[in-house]
Design a protein. Structure first.
Length: 251
């Protein structure tokens, strides 16, 4: 078994960390630089920084803030939000991001993924898959989960692998902020059709949810936000618990 990763996610709006339910009703959860420092010290394996209003407000991610966070941490750093061009990716990598997450643009202009992989390498390109169940399938959403697109999520993931993306960040809008566990069915459906590493996002409410997602799927990483922001689960305790339950994890 490959070592599994625990990832903390910071959704940024107005320069602050926010958390909502279903990507809406955002509540303040703290200062991004201070939280990032805390997570880096506590043993989080990776940090994801998503500027959730960048696409809605038609702008790029907050480069100055990205740079401030990057200076304070020594763990891999993924940044997303408002990425539309090769230049946007270049700016983020130069500001200190190790990987860049592409969401809405991967649907609106999928050729950007090909170009980005060619320019920066697969290892730098993460695709954010924002999706919601509809009958027996899952549909894609753009603009921070605000707008449904008639694109099948499973087919989209297949296409992203063909275009050379390095990783999938799977956000279940049905589960976001609900704290009822990860969307196991969705994750397994995506796994069946791709060999890409998958980050499970949305739904963690207790440490057993992390164990379940690692036991019932082959995801490479599990991500959480508010659980860590508000200290409901300590990263060190979570890793110890997973280790005791035979999940290979970096302690």
């Amino acid at each position: 078994m490959l070592t599994k990763r625990i990832i903390a996610c910071m959704d940024i709006a107005g320069g602050r960390v926010k958390k909502g339910v279903g990507f809406k009703d955002l509540q303040d959860a703290g200062d991004p630089v201070e939280l990032a420092k805390k997570y880096s010290k506590e043993g989080v394996d990776e940090l994801v920084f998503l500027d959730v209003l960048a696409t809605v407000e038609n702008r790029g991610a907050l480069l100055k803030l990205v740079s401030q966070v990057a200076k304070e941490i020594n763990i891999p750093f993924v940044v997303g939000g408002g990425v539309k061009t090769i230049q946007d990716i270049k700016y983020l990598l130069n500001a200190g991001a190790d990987k860049v997450s592409i969401g809405s643009t991967a649907i609106n202009n999928p050729n950007l993924v090909n170009q980005a992989v060619q320019e920066f390498g697969s290892q730098c390109i993460v695709i954010s898959v924002d999706t919601k169940r509809e009958g027996n399938s899952w549909k894609m959403y753009i603009r921070g989960g605000r707008e449904k697109i008639e694109v099948d999520a499973i087919e989209f993931c297949k296409d992203m692998e063909k275009r050379g993306a390095g990783e999938l960040l799977v956000n279940s809008l049905d589960k976001d902020g609900a704290k009822t566990g990860y969307d196991i069915e969705l994750l397994n459906a995506i796994e069946k059709i791709t060999n890409l590493p998958i980050i499970a996002s949305s739904g963690a409410g207790k440490r057993e949810d992390f164990l379940e997602v690692f036991e019932k799927t082959d995801v490479n990483a599990a991500l959480a936000a508010s659980l860590f922001h508000y200290g409901e689960i300590k990263v060190e305790d979570l890793k110890q618990y997973l280790n005791e339950n035979n999940i290979k994890i970096r302690i």
